[in-house]
Design a binder for this molecule. Structure first.
Ligand SMILES: Cc1cc2nc3c(=O)[nH]c(=O)nc-3n(C[C@H](O)[C@H](O)[C@H](O)COP(=O)(O)O)c2cc1C
Length: 203
């Protein structure tokens, strides 16, 4: 069973969550888990102005996703930061290159799942994941979220991301808050859950 984690992360929050998703998916017997980052679309001078050069360079060794990676996977777990309540442009551009795959039905029946990050608590985590699902449905994918059996999403004793739609983290206005243990647990749960369901579908 091949599980692909395809993410974009400008400042490292989604990258950290992707590692936790990988741990979760990798804990399922028979899962072959790969992580890749979608291609950057911003020029270096813009990344520099956005203060993102260092975190981009730190990800240089992560392989860049290709369309073949999507075709070869049984499940694809997408990670994207929120941009105005939607997925980021880098992810959008990557997905907009899948028209040929759509025409061939190449992703039909694969499992798809989404996790996200936003600066603020109510800045669009749910809308980012749910609007992402529209693209996955057009591709004929089977959507898997984060069920309430991950009880950490009901916590109100601390600020936390996580919803039935998928794992998420809150980066803070200055981007300094990194994913909490609860948010990383959610990401691990989602990775494991996706791999378990994919395993059942492949039987
Ligand atoms: C152009 C732009 C738009 C953004 N839009 C939102 C938004 O709508 N809501 C929000 O809470 N955060 C927003 N953010 C903050 C990002 O979501 C935040 O930096 C990101 O989740 C951090 O994840 P990363 O470290 O993986 O890049 C925006 C950031 C940028 C640069």
């Amino acid at each position: 069973m091949k599980v692909l984690i395809a993410y974009y992360s400008m400042y490292g929050h989604i990258r950290r969550m992707a590692e936790a998703v990988r741990e979760g998916a990798g804990s399922v017997s028979g899962a072959d888990v790969r992580v890749c980052r979608v291609p950057e679309t911003l020029p270096e001078e813009v990344l520099e102005k956005m203060g993102a050069l260092e975190t981009q360079q730190a990800q240089a060794q992560v392989p860049v996703c290709t369309l073949e990676d999507l075709v070869g996977a049984d499940a694809i777990i997408f990670g994207t930061p929120t941009r105005f309540g939607n997925m980021c442009g880098q992810m959008r551009q990557f997905l907009d290159a899948t028209g040929d795959l759509w025409a061939k039905g190449a992703l039909v029946g694969k499992v798809g799942s989404v996790f996200t990050s936003s600066a603020t608590q109510h800045g669009g985590q749910e809308s980012t994941i749910l609007s992402f699902h529209i693209t996955l449905l057009h591709q004929g994918m089977i959507i898997v979220g984060l069920p309430y059996t991950f009880t950490g999403q009901t916590r109100i004793d601390e600020i936390t991301g996580g919803s039935p739609y998928g794992a998420s983290t809150i980066a803070g206005d200055d981007g300094k808050r990194m994913p909490s243990e609860n948010e990383l647990d959610a990401a691990r749960f989602q990775g494991r859950h996706v791999a378990e369901i994919t395993g059942k579908l492949l039987r």
